[in-house]
Design a protein around this ligand. Structure first.
Ligand SMILES: Nc1ncnc2c1ncn2[C@@H]1O[C@H](COP(=O)(O)OP(=O)(O)O)[C@@H](O)[C@H]1O
Ligand SMILES: [Mg+2]
Length: 274
């Protein structure tokens, strides 16, 4: 197999910062494990949850980790990320995701969904609705979501809703007008700002995962990377990949702070040109 040169020179057998990371290979430091634990607990106790964090902070990956942690028998996960829909289309999409035929009116759709959810309840299968990019949910959907969230038998909700989105989702849910939904969300998690230690650990994890035996970044370069990206993983992936390529072109043994500063400047110029 012909490896690109930039991988070969750093002893990598594949691109280290690819977003196609397998579920089993996800990076799970104790901070991330704790938040996935809390999501697991929310779902196992048939409650609702909220997860917010900056873009590229690992929210969608946390949902993948949640899916891996739940036994397949007993839970039916439905993932929706098309959050910009109005109420009727939202419910229609939910029908499709649940494998039900979509109905014409919001009331018919709601009826179909609630019958389905009841049926799952009888089969002892707990449905879990994962709503990603939920900061984009329209107010008419939010207004109605508490009806779905409150759908219960014997005080036990028949469905767990996990809302995932940017930090502003927390702010809008805590507004007075959303209080009936907000009060039903018992598990509220905000991903804390990543530390320099997190960035170092993440880069090390992914570099090793791609087969390298030595670290191709100097510790100053990692500090610069952390400061420039705020530790957001998607930005780290992008900048670190550019830096490895550039280091290989310039025949450097490691990415150092100077090289990284140059990459960041070029990145900012490109962004300004937009
Ligand atoms: N737990 C993790 N393990 C490994 N890589 C991760 C993890 N979380 C995030 N990433 C990396 O960061 C990128 C952005 O993460 P993602 O979960 O999509 O962020 P968000 O949904 O918060 O915007 C992913 O494509 C992946 O490369
Ligand atoms: Mg995401």
């Amino acid at each position: 197999m012909n490896l690109p040169r930039w991988l070969e020179v750093f002893g990598l057998s594949e691109p280290p910062f690819s977003k196609d990371i397998a579920d089993d290979d996800l990076w799970m430091p104790s901070s991330k494990k704790l938040l996935v634990d809390e999501l697991v607990e929310a779902v196992q106790s048939h409650e609702h949850g909220l997860l917010v964090g900056e873009p590229g902070g690992g929210k969608t990956c946390a949902l993948r980790a949640l899916r891996c942690r739940l036994p397949e028998a007993g839970f039916r996960l439905t993932y929706c990320h098309n959050a910009t829909l109005g109420r009727r289309d939202f419910y229609r999409q939910l029908c499709v995701a649940l494998g039900l035929s979509p109905k014409a009116t919001a009331a018919a759709v709601f009826h179909t969904i609630s019958t389905h959810v009841e049926q799952l309840g009888r089969e002892a299968v707990h449905p879990v609705l994962l709503l990603d990019e939920a900061h984009l949910l329209r107010q008419d959907v939010l207004d109605h979501l508490h009806v779905l969230a409150n759908y219960q038998w014997d005080q036990q909700p028949l469905l767990s809703i996990i809302l995932v989105g940017l930090p502003e989702l927390w702010d809008s849910l805590s507004l007075r007008k959303n209080r009936s939904l907000w009060s039903r969300i018992h598990h509220r998690i905000a991903i804390p700002p990543p530390s320099l230690g997190d960035t170092n650990e993440y880069v090390d994890y992914r570099i090793r995962g791609a087969g390298a035996k030595t670290m191709p970044f100097t510790s100053d370069a990692l500090t610069t990377l952390h400061e420039a990206t705020g530790g957001q993983l998607r930005d780290i992936d992008r900048v670190a990949t550019k830096a490895l390529r550039a280091a290989s072109r310039r025949k450097l043994a490691k990415v150092d702070a100077e090289l990284l500063a140059g990459i960041l400047e070029a990145d900012q110029r490109a962004e300004a040109r937009g």
